[in-house]
Design a protein around this ligand. Structure first.
Ligand SMILES: Cc1cc2nc3c(=O)[nH]c(=O)nc-3n(C[C@H](O)[C@H](O)[C@H](O)COP(=O)(O)OP(=O)(O)OC[C@H]3O[C@@H](n4cnc5c(N)ncnc54)[C@H](O)[C@@H]3O)c2cc1C
Length: 443
């Protein structure tokens, strides 16, 4: 029967982008195989959104459950796709999917080239965030946090890290380091409310005065900052840790003694106005910030060695995307100067570290419109053929001994986690390792 005909698709990555892409494909009548590196779905919605945002995480989980419960979706977790994974991009291209939608997020690390960036006691935010949100294998590694933590970056992820250091660690001082000034902060005030009890207002006033001449040099009014500070209500309860900002500073070197971090050397910056933009320009003057832990919260990049054409932290999409917005979703082969048939990117895999869940969802939904337009002249398959394509891939995984996990198995894991949480009287419990989850499934 003609209405049984479907396109069969693979979505790689079950974070918000992959899940909302899956929903959009299913709504359009496609059959979808959703492959995910982690055993459990959700990506950073499960393993990134801050620990105590239970309501937000619960709401998202309910939406994801609906998508994953659809009979037209087959979820397979614990399958690493990529050049060193259980399945390569070429494996997926060979099997017979009508399109591949890559939604595997921004898993590469953005190194700034700062000396000492890989020392013990120096972390990249994503790894630490994965650790405290209990994503294996990061949940199994130690991430000791000292008394004085320098966080490089002033976005919402910095706020989350400061929140973790102030409320979940034995930390006394947290210093958020900004390349530019207080007017260029990137975090949202609403997010900052979570660390108001640690925010050291007096230190902030002093810091504004320290950088006043450099703000005034570009026409910024330091008095506006003091006024805004005076209008804020002081929190009644104070955290033990003190959070302060260090503006106009670019990290140059993590300084260690006997293998232990003792501080961060920064170059003092001045500001320069270029059109609408305020840029930081190094002055050559070096300052020393004592600290015992450094966290780089400067955003991520996509995984370079994944198997898709890569340039400057992103996968390559069509150069003419400026004229045709949809082309920005299709992966482009720089050698042949042609789009790669049936290969698309959405969410943080397309634009690394770009915005909140709502934005990843919009990106996925916009991308799927492009995917569907690209399929207009591709013949559909019978349901039986579509099932054969999916089975062929699962058979390959089984033959190769990949311990993949199905959605009914994820539900069993989640049920056990809920049972643990109830027993312990806590909001949430997560298995610490993949082995523990697999053992619960009797593997
Ligand atoms: C610290 C932090 C806090 C945040 N807090 C909030 C918040 O409070 N509210 C909000 O709205 N947004 C928040 N965000 C942003 C939000 O998490 C992102 O917008 C969103 O998760 C991006 O979705 P994504 O699906 O593109 O990527 P991800 O969420 O990263 O999902 C990627 C998925 O791909 C899978 N994957 C990765 N590599 C592979 C591979 N090789 N093979 C197969 N699968 C793979 C992963 O298992 C994962 O499931 C936060 C982000 C961070 C970093």
């Amino acid at each position: 029967m003609a209405d049984d005909l479907v396109h069969v698709m693979a979505v790689i990555g079950a974070g918000p982008a992959g899940l909302f892409a899956t929903r959009a494909l299913v709504v359009a009548g496609c059959r979808v195989l959703l492959l995910n590196r982690d055993i459990k779905p959700g990506g950073l919605a499960e393993y990134g959104i801050f620990l105590d945002k239970y309501k937000m995480k619960g709401g998202l989980r309910r939406q994801f459950q609906k998508i994953l419960g659809d009979p037209r979706v087959t979820y397979i977790g614990h399958v690493n796709v990529g050049s060193e994974g259980a399945l390569t991009v070429a494996d997926l291209q060979r099997v017979g999917f009508d399109a591949l939608v890559f939604a595997h997020g921004a898993q590469g690390t953005k190194y700034l080239g700062v000396e000492g960036e890989r020392l013990p006691g120096v972390y990249h935010a994503k790894d630490l965030v994965y650790h405290y949100n209990r994503l294996p294998p990061f949940s199994e590694r130690e991430f000791p946090i000292g008394r004085r933590v320098a966080i490089v970056g002033v976005g919402n992820v910095m706020v989350d890290i400061a929140n973790y250091c102030a409320h979940y660690c034995d930390c006394e001082e947290i210093i958020a380091i900004a390349r530019r000034g207080p007017f260029e902060k990137a975090y949202d005030d609403k997010e900052f409310e979570d660390v108001e009890d640690a925010f050291d207002r007096e230190a902030h006033r002093q810091e504004i005065e320290r950088v006043r001449p450099r703000l005034e040099a570009v026409g910024q009014n330091a008095d506006d900052l003091h006024k805004a500070l005076a209008e804020e209500e002081e929190p009644r309860e104070r955290a033990r840790a003190r959070l302060r900002f260090r503006f106009l500073a670019s990290p140059k070197r993590v300084v260690a003694e006997n293998g232990r971090v003792i501080g961060l050397e920064v170059e003092e910056n001045r500001l320069e106005r270029k059109g609408d933009r305020i840029n930081a320009v190094g002055t050559g003057q070096i300052s020393f910030i004592p600290c015992d832990t450094v966290v780089f919260a400067v955003g991520d990049r996509v995984e370079e060695r994944f198997g898709l054409p890569y340039k400057d932290g992103l996968y390559v999409t069509a150069p003419e995307a400026a004229q045709d917005a949809g082309a920005a979703y299709q992966v482009w082969d720089p050698q042949t100067q042609q789009p790669i048939t049936g290969v698309y990117v959405v969410g943080w895999a397309r634009r690394a570290s770009d915005g909140v869940v709502g934005r990843a969802r919009l990106d996925a939904e916009t991308g799927i419109k492009r995917v569907l337009a690209g399929l207009a002249s591709t013949p559909k398959h019978s349901s039986a053929e579509a099932e054969r394509v999916i089975s062929a891939l699962l058979d390959k995984l089984a033959r190769d001994g990949t311990a993949f996990v199905t959605y009914p198995e994820v539900l069993r894991i989640e049920e056990e986690e809920r049972r643990h949480a109830t027993e312990a009287g806590v909001e949430e419990h997560k298995f610490k390792s993949d082995q523990d989850m697999l053992a619960h499934l009797g593997r």
